[in-house]
Design a protein around this ligand. Structure first.
Ligand code: AVJ
Length: 318
């Protein structure tokens, strides 16, 4: 028992250290966006007029779920970073119609998201087998790789866009390696398009994205007893055209010092920007190269009419 407690303390310490190192480079790990409030705010972002991603992906899923399900005989769905599972619902429902023994497993960092997901899926049927795992998919994917049933991994919402290319390749290769011959990965990706459309998706007029971004400070304040003051920061989401990615920052309004421990502090000058998230936008060419590097091949591809967003049904080529 004490072993468990010790290891958790150690983990917290190294997480704290990692955060400090990260802050010195003017970054905050993106995962801290998703506490209970953060997950709720993200759901609200999905409903804004400007945030086309969720709506578009859901339409693609609504149109093609039947086709996806009949192509692949799946016993088990394994969703990474499920959020509320509102989009996944259609897919699971179609699968359940065909196979009452279908199983759904979700791995998400946020307990709130897992609860929302459970509510969303439970009303498909009481008989649907649902497993919820609270965890960090970058770290914990290793521990959940045992299954003898045909599995479809779901990695939707363009969450892959939060990873730079190296990390994306590392993550997808890891998935490809644990995939069996009959397994599939359904991956959702946001595409390069008119810059103004992309930018407004991260600068909604009601300021929900701003709240979501600033909430990261409350999360680390609470978790590590820090004293960031939200009012001293400005939300900024810009499109980096060279890297084809949204970069979300918190910009310091003043010169300030944030005490981290007795001996360590973080100093910010007015105008300094802390990076909280990147959200990459992909081209077909970029994706082909990403899949190749990650030992994945395309079985099927689904798009919306405007080609705003794509869903890929992928197989492992390992
Ligand atoms: C959940 C990572 C896909 O990058 O678009 C939404 C998160 N950040 N608005 C994205 C997000 C700002 C979102 N993902």
């Amino acid at each position: 028992m004490s072993g468990t407690i010790n290891s958790k303390t150690a983990e917290k310490k190294s997480d704290r250290n990692r955060l400090f190192l990260s802050l010195k480079e003017k970054k905050i790990p993106t995962k801290y966006l998703y506490d209970e409030l953060g997950s709720k705010l993200f759901e609200k972002i999905c409903d804004t007029e400007e945030y086309y991603l969720t709506r578009t992906e859901k339409n693609i899923l609504d149109k093609n779920s039947y086709e996806i399900i009949k192509t692949v005989k799946i016993k088990e769905f394994f969703e990474l970073g499920s959020g509320s599972s509102k989009k996944t619902r259609v897919l699971i429902k179609e699968a359940f119609k065909i196979n009452k023994n279908v199983r759904y497993i979700s791995l998400d960092i946020s307990r709130k998201a897992l609860n929302m997901s459970f509510k969303e899926l439970r009303n498909i049927s009481k008989k649907l087998e649902i497993h919820l795992i609270e965890g960090d998919f970058l770290k914990d994917i290793k521990s959940v790789n045992k299954s003898s049933d045909t599995r479809m991994y779901l990695f939707l919402g363009s969450t892959i866009g939060n990873f730079d290319n190296a990390l994306a390749v590392k993550f997808l290769s890891k998935l490809s390696k644990i995939m069996r011959k009959d397994d599939f990965l359904l991956l959702g990706v946001d595409k390069v398009k008119d810059i103004d459309i992309i930018k407004s998706a991260y600068n909604d007029k009601n300021g929900i994205t701003e709240k979501f971004n600033k909430n990261i400070l409350s999360v680390i304040n609470k978790k590590y007893s820090l004293d960031f003051n939200k009012n001293n920061f400005i939300h900024s989401a810009v499109f980096n055209e060279k890297k084809k990615q949204i970069e979300m920052y918190l910009m310091s309004k003043i010169n300030q010092k944030i005490k981290f421990s007795d001996k360590d502090s973080v100093y910010l000058n007015k105008g300094d920007k802390i990076l909280t998230e990147i959200s990459r936008k992909f081209t077909d060419k970029g994706l082909r190269s990403l899949f190749k590097q990650s030992l994945l091949s395309i079985n099927k591809e689904f798009n919306d009419e405007k080609n705003f967003f794509s869903l890929y049904l992928l197989e492992s080529t390992k």
